[in-house]
Ligand binder design. Structure first.
Ligand code: AMP
Ligand code: ZN
Ligand code: ZN
Length: 404
């Protein structure tokens, strides 16, 4: 009798705790965000992109997505993840010297990319995890770092050669996990058409061909997603970090022919944006040489970058920011590049703008969204995931209309 009573009690307790777990487990919503690096806003007008065109019909297409300045990969992916301008999250370029930490940061150095001390702000995956919403990332900038001793539930070190198919398999695997383990936010990344855009320029036929291949890849991706039982609960965002500008071989500045490199302590950056730290007493000399050289070469002192760019106030941007007008290159004479395309220019240049498409249960159908800032994606993600987010530079008011 005593034995039966104990068993019943045990079953009762198990049933109750199962119920508690079930109550805590959220079964939706799901949000899958893909960034295709360097996908300029108007590539779909230049190439044949039936998948993106159909996304527009069943969901939202933005006129364009405005990146933060400088329109480089790392600052912008981390702005999307944090809702902050690069000055406010600290990833001010792809490579920089962090005077505050007395350490160099480089996108090609795993040790620094995974070092959470470089990253400010509250990335969306950490905010979600704190609120019991599991997240997974595949190569999103910052997601392999322990930021405030936290990480997404699933992440991995950057591996550029991971096949396109394996990337889809990862997303599918995550969305097929048992409830309780299944991530509700997935942020994944692919490095094209940025690479081809650098090699052949945004006007190159090779670039537009790859854009078409990526569109076919998206068709494969959605085919796999449709097989998932929870497909109807998933919202999708297809976006990018910046655009691409065709370069002219005759529009080139060589920094070392304008200023004396002996006056410099640090020169961070790559075509067409650099942050310079000058030796003591040399600031006005170097600034004058740069700003008087050519009308297509722009130099700003620290704290004097025009407000619209929200840049040049972080200690990591050093003493002077130099950038050229779009289409112009800035190199060192010993390191002249031969790219046909680049990015990094002012974000007011439309060629720096990226794509933004979204579809799923939360998004309006066939809705045309005006150009908006990529920092607004953060509050948008927070709203879709139904989580509380901290106050950031981005604002939900700018994007709310695309939601049902
Ligand atoms: P860029 O065009 O110079 O601004 O940077 C683009 C490059 O950034 C890509 O070709 C990738 O190789 C690299 N990249 C993007 N995401 C990551 C990451 N999470 N970790 C390391 N490298 C990355
Ligand atoms: Zn990029
Ligand atoms: Zn690039």
């Amino acid at each position: 009798m005593k034995k039966i009573f104990l068993s019943l009690l045990l079953v009762g307790i198990m049933f109750q705790s199962c119920n508690n777990v079930q109550n805590k487990i959220k079964t939706k919503p799901y949000l899958v965000v893909l960034s295709l690096d360097g996908f300029r806003w108007d590539y779909p007008e230049k190439a044949n992109t039936p998948t993106l065109d159909s996304l527009e019909k069943v969901g939202v297409k933005a006129q364009s997505l405005k990146p933060c300045f400088p329109s480089k990969t790392f600052p912008n992916h981390y702005s999307i993840a944090t809702g902050l301008y690069p000055d406010n999250h600290g990833i001010v370029l792809n490579w920089f010297y962090a005077s505050d930490l007395k350490k160099n940061y480089s996108i090609s150095d795993t040790k620094t990319v995974t070092d959470g001390r470089f990253y400010g702000g509250n990335p969306i995956w950490n905010v979600a995890e704190e609120q019991n919403v599991k997240t997974a990332t595949l190569f999103w900038v910052g997601a392999s770092a322990d930021i405030n001793q936290k990480r997404p539930s699933h992440w991995s070190l950057y591996k550029e050669d991971l096949s396109k198919k394996s990337r889809i398999d990862s997303v599918k695997k995550w969305l097929s996990m048992p409830l309780g383990e299944r991530p509700q936010l997935i942020m994944w990344y692919y490095h094209e058409p940025d690479g081809i855009g650098h090699s052949f320029g945004p006007e190159g036929k090779e670039t537009l061909k790859l854009v078409e291949e990526l569109d076919a890849y998206l068709a494969d991706f959605f085919k796999e997603m449709r097989k998932l039982p929870n497909y109807n609960d998933i919202s999708f965002i297809i976006t990018s970090d910046h655009g691409m500008k065709q370069l002219s071989p005759d529009k080139v500045f060589f920094l070392d022919k304008i200023i004396d490199t002996a006056d410099l302590e640090i020169a961070d950056g790559s075509n067409p944006i650099y942050n310079l730290k000058v030796k003591e007493g040399k600031l006005d000399k170097v600034y004058k040489q740069l700003s008087n050289y050519d009308k297509n070469l722009i130099a700003w002192k620290h704290n004097e970058v025009p407000h619209e760019f929200h840049y040049g106030t972080n200690i990591r941007t050093h003493d002077i920011t130099v950038v050229s007008d779009s289409g112009y290159s800035i190199y060192w004479s010993w390191n002249e590049g031969n790219s046909k395309g680049t990015h990094g220019y002012k974000n007011s240049c439309k060629d720096m703008h990226a794509i933004f498409y979204a579809a799923g249960p939360d998004f309006k159908i066939n809705y045309s969204q005006p150009t908006f800032n990529n920092i607004d994606i953060y509050p948008l993600m927070g709203k879709i995931l139904n989580i509380d987010i901290p106050e950031v530079d981005g604002n939900l008011d700018n994007v709310q209309n695309m939601l049902k």
